[in-house]
Structure formats: C-alpha cells, structure tokens
Design a protein around this ligand. Structure first.
Ligand SMILES: Nc1ncnc2c1ncn2[C@@H]1O[C@H](COP(=O)(O)OP(=O)(O)OP(=O)(O)O)[C@@H](O)[C@H]1O
Ligand SMILES: [Mg+2]
Length: 327
C-alpha cells in the first residue's frame, strides 16, 4: 500500500517534467488506473484479491489450534476442501455443527472463514445470525422471513462465494428455517441467482447430550477417545436431532430432503484439552504460557460426571475470562 502511494507521487512528479497537455491526460489515466488498483486493495471485493481458499492453512489450523475434536476436524477439512476445489458444485455447502457448549463450534466457523476470506469473520461476505439476537420475536416471523430471504439473495447476487452462519439453530423458529430451504437445494438458479458457491453453517447444542453419552461410553469401556469415529456418533446424532422438538430441525424437511451435507459432532472436552485452551489463551494474551497457572484454573472448573470429573461442563468457553483471576 505504502509502495503504491509512493508510486503515485513518483509518477506524478515525473510526468510534471514533460509536455503539459498530453502528460496531463496520461497522468490522469495513470492516476485513474492506480486509483482503481488502490481501491481494490483498500476495499474488500468479491475476487481473488480478497478471497480464495487456503487448504493447507485450514488443515494446519484444525491440527494445531482446535483441541480434542479429531472427528469434527476430519469431517470439516474433507467437506470444505472438497467443496472449495469443486469448480461446479451442484448445491451450496451445508454444514450442521452439533455439540456441548464451549467445544469449538463458533471457533471452527471462524477458522473456516479465515481459510477463505482475507478478512475472516470481519469480511463483508461472512454473515453471522444469532437466533435470539436477530430473530427474537415470534410475532415478527413473517417480517424476519422476508428480510432474511432478501438478505441472502442480495448478498449472494453481490458475491456468490458468501458464507452464512446461523448460531443457536435450536432456538430458531422452524418457519424461518423453512424459508431458507430453497437456497440450500439443488437448483441451477432461483430467480436468476445461483446459490451453488455459497456456504451455510448451522450451529446448535442439539444432539450434544447424545454425543456426550457416546464419549462417556467409550471412556467407561476404557477405550481411547481417538477411537471414536463419525460412524459411532452419526446415528445417535441424526436421530436425536430429528426427534428433538426443540432442535429447530423438527418441523422442517432439511433432513428429509438431504439438504444438510454433513452433520459434524463436537465431543465434550476433557481436562487436558481445557489445559491446552488455557495455554493457547495465555499465548494469545501475549503472556508466556505457564502450565502451573493454567492447571490451577482448570482444577477450579466444573467437570462431569461429578465423581469421575471427566468432561468440562463449560468446555473452553469461560477460560479467557477465568484466566485473568489466576495470572
Ligand atoms: N476444541 C477447542 N479447541 C480450541 N479452543 C477451543 C475449543 N473449544 C472452544 N475453544 C475456545 O473457547 C472459545 C469458545 O468456544 P466456542 O464459542 O467455539 O464454543 P461453542 O461450541 O460455540 O459453544 P456454545 O454451544 O456455547 O455456543 C473459543 O473462542 C475458543 O477460544
Ligand atoms: Mg457457539
């Protein structure tokens, strides 16, 4: 950017030394071209300057920054890489992330956004909706529906590679979910707009208890957590989501019509993962990671089952604020 500015100044200084009329025209054209270039660097655009896909970056982030989620990491890497490398996807990518609180669902969405958009979550092409904040009143359902549809349509028209994250999906009105269904489907285009490059991510705690049960069963049987595979969680997850009236999916045909490409389970986090989160948090705060400090903090957190203290009740969620008391 600085180099570009210097170039603008330099070229205007140079052209000033030549014949006035033509150089003014040339300088004007040059400045316009440079101005355009500058504009593209400063303002986010829906092109290769501002978005792409860094698959090795995503792989590395999932491996080094996301703790205790070997199943989710694997599914996400495969799903996102497959989709982003497909020049002609038949439908948008639809991921549904499920799990206990504080296990990394928002965090993973952030990592995915960072692997695609230069500006990550702050990109103008990434849209985060939280059910309770954006759609709080059931009586405004019809208004929410049309606003949401217009928002999605307008933004995908503006940039086909848009990402929509719906948080607290279990608290979202089923009618609202129904209203976005057409965008998730296998259509070439809807009213002249193609949604096939878009990415939809749904986050919820639905199915979290069933996932915990599977993890607990493995632990009780003395089996390694890493032995847990997607197949061990898939059935329990989809059935529970389908049967849970509060999950938001209940009244819709999202599952019926196979609109969700991947259900991604997030395992409850153990003591050692909380410690890893604590150490990472210290580093993020610019401190030297100190195992003794983090250990003191982790010991004071609440774990379940009560006797065995295996899984963290809040996952890694409150670590950032808690840590301040122990430093
Ligand atoms: N598995 C994980 N690995 C590394 N850090 C994690 C993990 N899970 C959570 N964290 C940390 O904890 C913070 C809170 O987690 P996050 O918001 O992703 O939880 P969540 O699964 O969305 O929970 P909730 O269901 O309550 O919304 C993250 O910003 C991240 O710093
Ligand atoms: Mg969350």
């Amino acid at each position: 950017m600085k180099a570009l500015l210097r170039y603008v100044v330099l070229t205007s200084a140079l052209v000033g030394a030549f014949e006035p009329v033509s150089t003014a025209v040339v300088a004007g054209m040059g400045a316009a071209a440079l101005g355009r270039k500058l504009y593209y660097y400063v303002y986010e655009n829906c092109d290769g300057t501002w978005l792409g896909f860094n698959s090795t970056g995503l792989e590395e982030d999932l491996r080094t920054k996301l703790f205790g989620q070997h199943v989710a990491a694997r599914v996400i890497l495969k799903a996102v890489t497959g989709f982003m490398n497909n020049k002609n996807p038949r439908k948008p990518l639809v991921l549904s992330l499920h799990g206990w609180t504080g296990t990394g669902k928002n965090y993973v969405s952030q990592l995915i956004a960072e692997s695609i958009y230069c500006k990550g979550m702050t990109s103008g092409f990434v849209h985060l909706f939280t059910a309770t904040a954006h759609f709080p009143h059931e009586m405004h359902l019809e208004l929410y529906k049309s606003q949401l549809q217009q928002w999605i349509k307008g933004n995908v028209t503006n940039c086909p590679r848009s990402m929509f994250i719906f948080d607290e999906m279990d608290k979202m009105h089923p009618g609202l979910i129904d209203s976005i269904k057409p965008y998730l489907d296998f259509y070439d285009n809807l009213d002249g707009v193609s949604y096939r490059q878009a990415i939809f991510i749904f986050l919820s705690n639905a199915g979290g208890e069933n996932i915990v049960q599977v993890a607990l069963d493995f632990w009780t049987a003395g089996r390694e957590r890493e032995e847990i595979e997607l197949k061990h969680l898939e059935t329990a997850l989809s059935l529970s989501v389908f049967n849970n009236k509060n999950s938001g999916f209940w009244h819709t045909s999202l599952i019926d019509k196979n609109l969700v490409d991947f259900f991604v389970p997030f395992l409850p986090l153990e003591y050692k993962h909380v410690v890893q989160c604590g150490l990472a948090e210290m580093a993020a705060k610019g401190l030297t990671p100190d195992e003794e400090v983090v250990d003191r903090m982790a010991r004071d957190l609440s774990f379940f089952p009560k006797e065995e203290r295996v899984f963290s009740r809040q996952g890694c969620k409150i670590i950032s604020s808690r840590l301040d008391f122990y430093i």
